[in-house]
Write a protein that binds this ligand. Structure first.
Ligand code: ARG
Length: 465
């Protein structure tokens, strides 16, 4: 049991208490961040004359060696230490003796852990953003290729009006684009450095917080030391943004599952992204999409957990806050994994254009256009709606489609119909007449695709950060 704080105690910590309290099992994840933060701290201490240049060099050299040894596997992080901070400091002292004991001057584990977590989360935001960008590239490629792939658009999961696959995919493009901008917002709001806040009340040493903030690529130091050590807002925001990402991926997954079903056959998920059944030889299951949908619950759970943990905590640091780690790490791994797997699945699945078009044709998705046709011939819309409704009923009874009725059948219900009705309700015409911004018509779609292409080229939010 290696602890940093034995002085005041007359008894050993109970083993169960030690284990319950320890965080090394999970906070070892940010050993790199912990060392990076310590190097910045020591650099600043020397600049301020609190440490000599020689002491600083000795400490930094040893810290870099610890980092190397951990990465190479020569030094193993074990649960002999209470947390990652104790592990690094103990190893430093072992290597540099009394000099290493000066590292923690003007610092508390409270500002240290706040810093480590921010450094870690900041990097993970960038990585998640990159993965989302890759997924958007895949979606955009599908959009470019399928501007003329007609499919039914749905409301209430009932066929509604014809759209295109490009248009349907474009909806997810927008969702994930918003997800990225939420991540950027969170990054910009959280990117202030808590180091130098001490336990809660700052410190009596003349620390240069602006300097350490700059060394660690923060926009600047945080402005209230109590808030600095007890702020977990950015984690709540991140888990909220993550929950929204998962909600989007879950909806997308649900559609892929439905489209992949025998009833729809709109898509064929690649063998590499499907699994079989141990008993039913014919089965090819969309497990990846189902898992993404399922793991959404886990990420929502993390959000609710941290919100509940933080509720009612008095200022400033409380040990409750240690609970932020495991659930955040789990959510990060889950979200990144889901985006990656979903991207792989989407980029390898095959779209069955014929099945999509046939489905659109079979579902009276052109009924609105047939009504609009009558309106253009001078029939008031409400009457046109009634006429087409009766025609649909007639078709259902005859088991046929609107475009397969004879002109005589049309005229029997309204003399306003002419030969040009067939062209007016063809699937391609229905789609391509829809040219308002954001609509599926080919030209409207092309404009949007160009905008999205441009967005992907320019959206390098983190380039200089
Ligand atoms: N493991 C702790 C955490 O994650 C580090 C901070 C410890 N501070 C303290 N006062 N015990 O929150």
């Amino acid at each position: 049991m290696a602890q940093l704080w034995g002085g005041r105690f007359t008894k050993e910590t109970d083993r169960l208490v030690y284990n319950f309290n320890a965080s090394i099992g999970f906070d070892q994840k940010f050993y790199k961040e912990d060392i990076r933060g310590s190097i910045a701290h020591v650099t600043m201490l020397a600049k301020e004359g609190i440490l000599t240049g020689e002491e600083k060099d000795t400490i930094i050299k040893a810290l870099n060696e610890i980092l190397e040894d951990v990465e190479s596997g020569k030094l193993v992080i074990t649960d002999e230490y209470e947390d990652i901070h104790s592990f690094v400091e103990a190893n430093l002292i072992e290597r540099t003796k009394d000099i290493g004991k000066k590292l923690h001057t003007g610092r508390s584990r409270n500002d240290q852990v706040a810093l480590d977590m921010k450094l870690y989360v900041r990097e993970q935001i960038k990585e998640t953003d990159g993965l989302l960008k890759d997924l958007l590239e895949v979606i955009l490629a599908i959009m470019r290729e399928h501007k003329a792939t007609v499919m039914p658009g749905f409301t209430h999961l009932q066929k509604a009006q014809p759209v295109t696959l490009a248009h349907h995919m474009g909806a997810y493009f927008e969702m994930l684009k918003r997800d990225r901008s939420r991540l950027w917002d969170i990054y910009d709001r959280m990117n202030y450095c808590p180091l130098g806040s001490g336990a809660l009340a700052g410190t009596t040493y003349p620390l240069d917080r602006e300097y350490t903030a700059a060394l660690l690529d923060f926009y600047g130091p945080t402005l209230n030391s109590m808030d600095s050590v007890s702020d977990r807002d950015y984690i709540i925001e991140l888990l909220s943004a993550f929950s929204t990402i998962m909600m989007h991926l879950s909806r997308f997954s649900e559609e892929m599952i439905i489209w992949n079903s025998n009833e729809y056959q709109f898509i064929d998920i690649d063998d590499a992204y499907s699994t079989g059944s141990s008993i039913m030889p014919q089965k090819k299951n969309p497990d990846i999409a189902e898992l993404v949908r399922g793991k959404t619950g886990r990420v929502y759970g993390a959000l609710i957990a941290i919100l509940t943990t933080m509720k009612g905590l008095p200022l400033a640091y409380n040990k409750d806050m240690q609970e932020d780690k495991e659930l955040t790490f789990d959510a990060i791994d889950t979200v990144k994994g889901c985006i990656l797997l979903f991207t792989g699945m989407l980029s390898t699945l095959k779209f069955n254009k014929e099945a999509m078009r046939t489905s659109a044709q079979k579902g009276f998705t052109n009924a609105t256009d047939a009504a609009d046709y009558l309106v253009n011939k001078g029939v008031p819309f409400r009457d046109a709606h009634g006429i087409i409704g009766r025609l649909v009923l007639y078709c259902i009874e005859k088991k046929t489609a609107l475009e397969d009725l004879s002109l005589a059948e049309y005229k029997a219900i309204s003399p306003a119909f002419e030969e040009d009705i067939y062209e007016a309700i063809s699937m391609d015409a229905c789609v391509n007449k829809r040219l308002t911004t954001g609509a599926p018509g080919m030209e409207a779609m092309e404009t949007v695709i160009n905008i999205q292409e441009d967005y992907l080229k320019k959206s390098l939010h983190f380039r200089n950060k």
